[in-house]
Design a protein around this ligand. Structure first.
Ligand code: G3I
Length: 320
């Protein structure tokens, strides 16, 4: 069995991968992405972000997002939709606009309503809000927080719920995969949205890890339980585990262990619905573009050959 087949046999909804439009012209890449034995879910890595979907105010552009949504539908894969309200990849008209509380709130609601309505019925889940926290668990001072305050979070969730009542609505962030101030901050956001009376269904743990300093399986298990105790699902949404290059056999072995521990933590929690890797091959990973000298973070190498991590992920999923 492959990764998705094994995940489903363990009671999970999916094992999946992120992808991006330019890569879809690479036929061997596309063939493996479309192999539903390994991938039952895909996430657009860039196509649905604000700069792509509403490049100028109230002018919406869905071509790139539609290409990936249609691919998922053709393949019979679930779509995790990503992302509605985030400080990064905002078009200039948002990030440098002159706003008041009322005008930014209206622009945010208009964005969410249009995008969620366009994809209504196609998204298993939406990452409604992304990376709203600083490392110490306080709110990131993004444009939404500046003009709307913390209320932008519950309002975003309520607006998304009204546009597609069937999509699972997630808060998504990184460095919330083990206990600490930022994970506590994410739990505070779940409670804030709930107290407002808005729908929140899950927390996405991005899991952009580093070989050898990935949290242990037990640290991750304990942390997932802190979220699911609040009555929400969890998912690993952007898993990758980078190393300082060059890769060595020892680093690949440690990477494999780190992947196995993370996937096993999801398997151990009945409310962890699935695991998504942030693209499956080193050929298209975001890591080298952001962290100079680092890379090789994915389970398939740049030649689309499976690395040791593949077998250990499969083992964590109970497959052979
Ligand atoms: O579209 C332009 C293109 O026109 C231009 O020629 C090219 C030159 O650099 O840049 C292209 O934009 C790039 C874009 O990806 C599309 O490829 C941006 O420079 C680049 O910064 C952007 O990176 C994306 C990153 O988010 C931006 O923050 C990565 O692909 C994407 O994988 C990454 O994904 C994020 C998640 O959304 C949230 N969590 C963290 C994760 C990793 O950073």
């Amino acid at each position: 069995a492959g990764l998705h087949t094994a995940a489903v046999a363990k009671g999970k909804l999916y094992f999946g991968s992120a992808t991006d439009n330019p890569e879809l012209t690479d036929a061997p890449y596309l063939a493996q992405l479309s192999n539903t034995d390994d991938f039952g879910q895909i996430t657009p890595g860039n196509a649905q972000k604000w700069d792509a979907s509403e490049p100028s105010q109230n002018t919406f552009s869905y071509t790139k997002g539609d290409d990936i949504a249609n691919l998922a539908a053709t393949n019979g894969q679930k779509l995790r939709c990503h992302t509605l309200v985030w400080h990064s990849q905002l078009p200039n008209w948002v990030s440098s606009g002159s706003w008041t509380n009322a005008t930014l709130l209206a622009a945010m609601k208009n964005h969410i309503t249009n995008v969620v309505t366009h994809y209504k019925g196609k998204c298993y889940a939406w990452d409604v809000a992304n990376e709203a926290l600083n490392e110490d668990g306080t709110y990131r001072d993004n444009i939404f927080y500046q003009y709307i305050g913390e209320a932008y979070l519950p309002i975003a969730f309520a607006t998304a719920a009204a546009a597609d009542p069937d999509a699972k609505l997630y808060y998504n962030d990184y460095n919330i995969e083990s206990a600490g101030s930022k994970s506590t901050g994410a739990q505070r956001i779940v409670k804030l949205v709930q107290q407002y009376g808005a729908k929140i269904d899950g927390v996405g743990l991005q899991a952009h890890f580093i070989v050898g300093s990935t949290p242990s399986q037990s640290a991750q298990t304990t942390n997932l339980a802190a979220f699911t105790a609040l009555g929400v699902d969890v998912a690993y949404t952007e898993l990758d585990i980078r190393m300082t290059l060059p890769s060595t056999a020892a680093l690949l072995t440690q990477q494999s262990t780190d992947y196995q521990n993370t996937v096993a933590a999801c398997v151990a929690n009945a409310k962890c619905v699935g695991v998504t890797i942030w693209d499956y091959t080193d050929k298209y990973s975001w890591v080298p573009n952001t962290f100079s000298g680092q890379g090789d973070a994915c389970p398939w190498d740049a030649n689309l050959v499976k690395k040791p991590a593949y077998a250990d992920i499969l083992a964590a999923l109970g497959g052979t």
